[in-house]
Design a protein around this ligand. Structure first.
Ligand SMILES: [Zn+2]
Ligand SMILES: [Zn+2]
Length: 313
């Protein structure tokens, strides 16, 4: 344990930020993370005065930290917050995280809404995965769950009457996603990574206020601010390439402090150029009539329902 004093006050430091050389006490550390998030929000015009912001809360450290940080600034900026949790129906796992999310939101005095998969898609994730196995569909649990969860969050934001949807993707998530898109030859998706929100026809703005914060700093923020979180991993977690990339990046950062930060800055520049040249397609899904950017006129969520139903593709 370090006995050095904080770079900014005389209190004892509890954290050494290797990439900047700062030593921080818990108060200065907490403030520095909050300030960084505030800068991200204003730089990319994520939240405006009077917005009603739905925060997607899973019960993990990132989303509860996001809720905690936004709750500190919401009143000052004239924003209303509402926490939303998607219940995939994963026995045991989701019950605990739901309880943590509900209790933490109530402690912060924030309204909390739960939306079950079953209500939206007619099935729980467990039932969906059973259908996948029966139809021998080659899709990972995370990719199926992610497709349905994104749809569920849009719906939940609407139910909550919010015009902004905030998710807790952090700097590490951004880097992993970038490398995954590069590895898959999916350059178009990099344009979507640029943090300035795209305005959808239905008026929902999607934002990632933690995108400039290291994952391990979020974990430390949660720890020193007594934020309760579920640390148990989803029993269906099967990330494959994502965890290899996470390990690779952590090794790099260990040897070259700050390299993740430099990589993020490059990603922001590259995605900006791609975004500026992106042809933004405004198609409507022929099944659910929501806005979608797919050329075949069926959104990914409806497409997945069809595939699970008839096992095609
Ligand atoms: Zn200090
Ligand atoms: Zn659709």
């Amino acid at each position: 344990m370090s006995t050095r004093s904080c770079t900014y006050c005389n209190a004892e430091s509890v954290y050494h930020r290797r990439y900047s050389g700062e030593y921080l006490c818990s108060r200065c550390f907490t403030r520095s993370v909050q300030r960084k998030v505030a800068r991200t929000i204003s730089r990319y015009s994520m939240i405006k005065h009077g917005d009603r912001v739905a925060v997607a809360v899973s019960g993990g450290k990132d989303s509860l930290t996001l809720l905690h940080i936004l709750s500190k600034s919401a009143k000052r900026h004239g924003n209303e917050l509402v926490a939303i949790t998607i219940d995939e129906g994963i026995t045991g796992y989701r019950d605990e995280s739901l309880r943590i999310a509900r209790e933490f939101a109530s402690m912060l005095g924030i309204e909390h809404i739960t939306i079950p998969y079953k209500e939206l898609f007619g099935n729980t994730l467990e039932e969906v995965l059973k259908a996948r196995d029966e139809k021998a569909l080659r899709m990972s649990s995370c990719s199926i769950c992610g497709t349905f969860r994104r749809r569920a969050m849009d719906t939940a934001a609407k139910v909550a009457d919010a015009n902004v949807l905030a998710t807790a993707h952090n700097l590490d998530d951004m880097l992993q996603t970038f490398i995954i898109n590069i590895s898959a030859g999916d350059v178009e998706r990099i344009a979507w990574m640029y943090p300035e929100p795209v305005e959808y026809a239905d008026g929902l703005r999607k934002i990632k206020p933690l995108l400039e914060v290291y994952e391990h700093e979020i974990a430390f923020y949660a720890l020193i601010n007594d934020i309760p979180f579920q640390s148990e991993q989803c029993p269906y977690m099967n990330e494959g390439i994502r965890s290899s990339i996470r390990e690779f990046l952590n090794t790099l950062e260990q040897r070259h402090a700050g390299i993740k930060y430099n990589m993020l800055n490059s990603i922001l520049k590259v995605s900006k150029v791609l975004r500026d040249n992106m042809e933004f397609k405004r198609n409507r899904c022929s099944i659910c009539s929501r806005e979608c950017s797919n050329d075949d006129g069926i959104c990914s969520s409806c497409m997945l329902v069809i595939r699970l139903d008839d096992g095609s593709k």
